[in-house]
Design a protein around this ligand. Sequence first.
Ligand code: SAH
Ligand code: SF4
Ligand code: F3S
Length: 440
Amino acid sequence: MKFFVESFGCQMNSADTEEMGRHLAARGFAATADRDAADWVLVNTCTVRQHAEQKALSYLGRLRDWKDAKPGRRLVVAGCAAERLQDSLRRRFPHVDLVVGAISIGRFPELADGLLPAGEFDARGEAADAWSPENDYTAYTRGFPVGHVTIMRGCNYSCAYCIVPRVRGREIYRPAESVLAEVGQKAAAGCSEILLLGQTVNSYRPADGPIQDFADLLRAVDKVPGVRRLRFMSPHPFYVNERFAAAVAESPNVCPHMHLPVQSGSTPVLRRMRRNYSRADFLARAALLRRFVPGIALTTDIIVGFPGETDDDFKDTLSLIDEADLDGAYSFKYSPRPGTDAAEGPDDVPREKKEERLAVLLESLERRAQEKTARLIGTAQEVLVESAGVENGVWTADGRTRRFWKVRLSSKTPLKIGDTVNVKIQEAPARVLKGEAHAA
Ligand code: SAH
Ligand code: SF4
Ligand code: F3S
C-alpha cells in the first residue's frame, strides 16, 4: 500500500502530516510522490484565512476523479479546516472516507485502522503513545534537511482575529525527553537543522522534570549531537525576557534569526487584537534581543486591515518596521474567521484599502530587503543546502544563511542536500543572494 500527502498550512501542520505518515509507515505503507500510484491520499488542511481554507477545499474537490478511478482508494482529510468543518465536509465531498480534525490527531491511528482490512495490517513498529521516546521519528519525514519537531500543541491565547485556538485547542506540552528523542533521531538521520514548533513556542512549560521551560529546552536541544542549526517558531513577544534571550545567546547552534510576529505597530490595534503587548513593549523586546544577540535578524507577521485600523494605525505599522529594523515580514490582509471575536463585528476596512495598504507594506519591505542584501555583497556566508542540481554543466544549489537569507549558489564541486558550504556573495539582485561556494 502506498500513501500520498498534500499538506496545506503552517509548519505545525506539516509536522502533523509527518506524524500521520509515520503511523501509516508503521502499518507497512510506503510514501509516494506520485498521486496516481497511491492507495491513500492524506490531505492536511488549513483554515487560518478564508483563502487558505478555500485552497484546501478546492484541492479536495479535484480528488473526486482520483477516488473514482480505482476501487479501494481512500481519502483522508485532516487538520485545521477539517476540525472547523467536521462532518459537513463529508456531506459536501462524499468521496471523503475519513475526517480527522486537528484536535483529534491522537485518534488518527485508531481511525485509520478502521479503514484498513481487518488483520492485514498491524502497527508493530509503533508505541501506543504518539510521543513515546521509543517511536521511530524518521519513519516518514518531510522537509529534509530541516527536521520539524513539535514541542507543544494548541494555544492559550485568544487573539481576536484568530481561529487557531478553536481548531487546535488549549496548550499541551510534549515531554522534554520525547522532544530530545525526536531531535536526536532526526539529527542522526542527517537533519543538521532542527526547527522546534509551537503556536507560542516560548510559552513551553512541561509539568515536571529538570527541563522547566523553553529556555531549558533550547539549551538541551542545542547540545544534541548532529544539530548544527537550531531555530524555533513562533515565539510570542510576551515571553521574550532575559532568561529566554540568554538561552538564545548562549546556545551556539541557535541561529541569529528569530521570527517574532508583531501583527501591528499600533498600540490601540494591538489592544483590540488582544496581543498582550504594546508597540513600546515590542520595541523593548526587540532591543533586548539585539543586546543579547548583536546582529540578530528579526522577521515578523503583519495583518493589514484589522477592523477599525485607520491610516494612522497603518503608518504606525510601517514605522515600527523601521524602528525595530525588521529584516522581513509575511503580510496578510485581515480575513474574518467565523466564531472569532473580531468576526462578530464589522469587517470595516474596505477591500481596496486593505489591498492598498498591503501594496505599500510590501514595497517598503522590498526596499528594506534590497538595502540589507546589498550590504552582504562581498561577505562570506555559511549556507545549508536545501536543494541541489546541475544547470548547464554547473553545480547549483539553494539554501539559507544562518540569518535566514535565501542564497542561490554555484559550485565547482558536487553538492548535496544537507551540505554546509561557505559562499562568497557576489550579487543581491532581489531577495535572493547569489554567490559561489568556496572551500572552507
Ligand atoms: N501563533 C502565531 C501565529 C499563527 S497564525 C503567533 O501568535 O504569532 C500565522 C499568522 O497568520 C499570524 O501571525 C497572523 O499574522 C496571520 N493570521 C492569523 N489569523 C488571521 C486572520 N484572521 N486574517 C489574516 N491573517 C491572519
Ligand atoms: Fe492565534 Fe494568537 Fe494563538 Fe497565535 S497566539 S495562534 S495568533 S490566538
Ligand atoms: Fe493553518 Fe492550522 Fe497552521 S489553521 S496556519 S494549519 S495551525
